[in-house]
Design a binder for this molecule. Structure first.
Ligand code: NAP
Length: 388
């Protein structure tokens, strides 16, 4: 039995991971689960899987869980450091699926403990930078990506050696506004941005997919995970989200990974690698799909991708700022305080400053992230005041 910890077990990735574990109860034990505040979901999961420990970032949720009479005697941790404490417990794999940079401390803790890390929480890597992967190597913590694109690239890398890679092809769906005019995008509402054409995901990544900031975060994640410069990462839209990404080799071969638009595929692989098990995802029927269509990204309508390239050139301070500005601007948009196109405008203004000052060693990433977000908030306030 392999012991698994899931950080963010009530979220979209967390729920898909649990659905995968249900298929293989003879092979995996869900040992520990971390939540923000979802104590009712926690109670149901702990009852079903008999977990040994649970954590809540919100102490009140932890109290409600303790009082509900369904904790089954499992240990309860609470507070801002609880998920990191949980992630440091020895298990076979920690699945990191908290959303945003809030997941960084638990990702670092899992790595420090030498746990194998199935990484969905891309923002943690974007904030920590390549030094996070260096630390993983030092601690013997294997990192397997869970983002569908990075899982695909990881699998395509098995076909050759790193020095034989010519270029990486990172694909995306284009999001709900792929065919919208610049003016229509400017007027887009949070409800419009929530309608992703191909994927069902949590609220933050769904918005990030509409701005293509998610593709920007993924570009940075690709550069860091596969140690490749941004100029050798091509981004194309595959409208059906069937081709999850690919690797071009120096001999002219293109090795691609295809599959249904269903995260259970990448999650299952992340938990079972180097083996494969059934995930409940149907085989794709290429005759029914008929054709694979590709488009380039229109940088004018979707500036977030180009901004991510720019951020990468500024190093870890730049990519941390990119993430901080995106999280701050995304929240303001969801609250109705700014328009959709103000999101890239605010990221752009944040990156125009001296981002190198946010570069930090792993022990100070949380503080640097807090400072980067405070800076982004001040930039956003100025932006809103000027627009009024
Ligand atoms: N969804 C996808 O298909 C997909 C695909 C690729 C990559 N990813 C990446 O996977 C990560 C998770 O995405 P998601 O869509 O699953 O997000 P989500 O549905 O919003 O779920 C987020 C999870 O994190 C928990 N959480 C939030 N803040 C927390 C904190 N401070 N401490 C502990 N737990 C906290 C939430 O718990 P509560 O509900 O209790 O607050 C919830 O379980 C993101 O980094 C995303 O980019 C997602």
């Amino acid at each position: 039995m392999k012991k698994i910890t899931i950080l963010g077990a009530s979220g979209s990735i967390g729920r898909s991971a649990i659905a995968f574990l249900r298929l293989h109860r003879d092979k995996f034990a869900l040992d520990a689960v971390a939540f923000g505040r979802g104590w009712e979901t926690a109670a149901a999961i702990v009852e079903e899987f008999g977990c040994s420990a649970v954590s809540f970032a919100d102490p009140q949720a932890a109290e409600a869980f303790r009082a509900c009479g369904r904790s089954g005697g499992c240990e309860v941790l609470s507070g801002p450091k609880a998920s990191a404490e949980l992630a440091a417990r020895p298990v076979d794999t920690v699945l990191a699926a908290i959303s945003g940079s809030a997941g960084f401390p638990s990702v670092l803790a899992a790595i420090e403990a030498g746990n194998r890390l199935a990484l969905a929480n891309k923002e943690a890597l974007v904030c920590g930078g390549p030094q996070l992967l260096v630390r993983a190597k030092e601690r013997g913590a294997v990192v397997v990506p869970i983002d569908s694109e990075h899982s695909a690239i990881f699998q395509c890398h098995l076909a050759g050696r790193p020095n034989e890679v010519a270029k990486i092809l990172l694909t995306g769906s284009g999001g709900p506004f792929r065919t919208w005019s610049k003016e229509a995008i400017r007027r887009a509402t949070p409800a419009d941005a929530a309608k992703h054409p191909n994927w069902s995901m949590g609220p933050k990544i769904t918005l990030d997919s509409a701005t293509l900031a998610n593709k920007g975060l993924e570009l940075i994640e690709t550069a860091y995970l596969f140690d490749i410069e941004e100029s050798r990462i091509e981004v194309l839209i595959n409208t059906s989200s069937i081709l999850h990404s690919a690797v071009h080799y120096v001999d002219g071969s293109l090795i691609a990974m295809l599959g249904a638009a269903d995260m259970r595929n990448a999650i299952g692989y992340g938990l079972t690698w180097p083996e494969r098990l059934a995930t409940g995802v149907d085989l794709i029927d290429l005759a029914r799909i008929g054709r694979l269509e590709f488009e380039r990204v229109d940088d004018e309508r979707f500036p977030c991708l180009g901004l991510a390239r720019h951020a990468l050139h500024s190093g870890q301070g730049g990519t941390m700022m990119y993430n901080a500005a995106n999280e701050v601007a995304g929240r303001l948009f969801m609250k109705g305080a700014i328009g959709f196109t103000d999101i890239p405008a605010i990221i752009d203004r944040c990156l125009a400053g001296d981002t190198a000052r946010f570069a930090s060693d792993l022990d100070h990433v949380v503080t640097a992230d807090r400072e980067a977000k405070a800076f982004a908030k001040s930039v956003a306030e100025r932006h809103i005041a000027e627009a009024a």
